[in-house]
Write a protein that binds this ligand. Sequence first.
Ligand code: MV4
Length: 505
Amino acid sequence: MTTIKRVLVANRGEIALRIIRACHEEGLEAVAVYSEADRLSPHVRAADRAVAIGPPPAAQSYLDIAKLVEAARSTDCQAVHPGYGFLAERAPFAEAVAAAGLEFVGPPASAIRAMGDKTEARRRMQAAGVPIVPGTTRPMADHVQARPEAARLGYPVLLKAAAGGGGKGMRLVREEAELESAFELAASEAQNAFGAGDVYLEKHLERPRHIEIQILADSYGRVVALGERECSIQRRHQKLIEEAPSLAVTPALRRRLGEAATAAAGAVGYLGAGTIEFLLASSGEFYFLEMNTRLQVEHPVTELVYGVDIVREQLRVAMGQPLRVHAGTLQPRGHAIECRITAEDPFNDFLPASGVVRYLQVPGGPGVRWDAGVETGNEVTLHYDPLIAKLIVWGETRQVALERMRRALRELAIVGIPSSQAFHLRVMDDPEFQRGDVDVAYFERAADRLLAGGVRPELVRPLAVVAALLAEEHRTTAAPQQPLARTADRPSGWVIAARREAVGG
Ligand code: MV4
């Protein structure tokens, strides 16, 4: 059994803080890493030690394998947790960590590789008896080879990059006449994005739901499924809202999905926390889509309905200990919803924003969890993904959770940068969402009507009060060279709207 006392957290923001908290509860020390842009971030202060790893661009900091391994070595860590994004699903990172004599808090590199190659993953799943979307299990050499395969599947079909995932390098082909040009485009997109032009074919499913199953596996051969997450509300393959359980999943379907997911994990010798993504057709049939071989952004909704700390279980598995959860006793309780609060302007095509968070009023109270990597005074830059925080609520029923989310979203105030807050509030008020009538086309169907009419007064009023106070404080105290001055001189749309509201009443 590996003796782990100190863990390097090779990530930033909310997930770094989340992992540090789990380390502390598990009795482990945590070492943070930070780029020059993150010197003042909460994850740095929360850690027992912190190591500077370079300039803001991720390629020179959070993606630099040698720097991260050296940070772990120089601080006497015995393990490295990659979080999500960055290096989490790079097999060479898992190998470099192991080669340095450190535990990788994640699956074996071989499992990352097998699932990273989408056609190999499909072959492995087929062999394990896991249903896959009808299509090819080998890359197509050219459109000539693809033509009879597409005809066999029936149009529309999707061309997907074998090295892709998450929607990158995907192309819809509605009829045979489009196949040749679509093939060339998909292959060159895949080549540019992944350095590998291989593409394969899948039957295109109309309006499926995106349902994923959380699994945990330990080194004693146990694999457990922690139910599903409903992740259909996405924009350009970025999830916006997740919930557990899904209204579309009955206990019987949950059992079948869980069996498929544990078979999938077993087929690649999986260890730790992982997620199997499925498409659920309106017919009730489900198909393996891909596996995410990492901790996911939306893991908290599963934690809240199953009462399991997924990150602590990951750490236990890395320490060679058995899972603390037992398949027989796992039942979802109540309902959880997560909103990803991002620094994007929903009223301007979700344009990513940067700037200083001048003031943050954090929601709290019963059933509310706020997982954030940003606090008042922090700067949000365009170097990293725009996630400010995850607002997660739990309630005895979906209705209670939904009302709680609405309440929490109204408590939240973010001054200084635009955020997706208003969009999330609109979704909570949307009858289609309230009915649970969601599928992967929900966002496109609903966006225009959800965002019509601009910001609501209930969001502007608290912002107006805060912004007016900040403006007054600035007028009386700020020195011109402080970063504060720059923000106040060139206020964001939010601040302008808030001031107008404060003045006009
Ligand atoms: C599909 C599909 C329909 N049919 N595959 C998008 C992300 C990538 N993981 C796979 N994706 C899809 N694959 C077949 N055969 C529809 C999507 C899809 C989607 C999937 C999950 C969540 C949101 C989505 C939005 C558009 C399309």
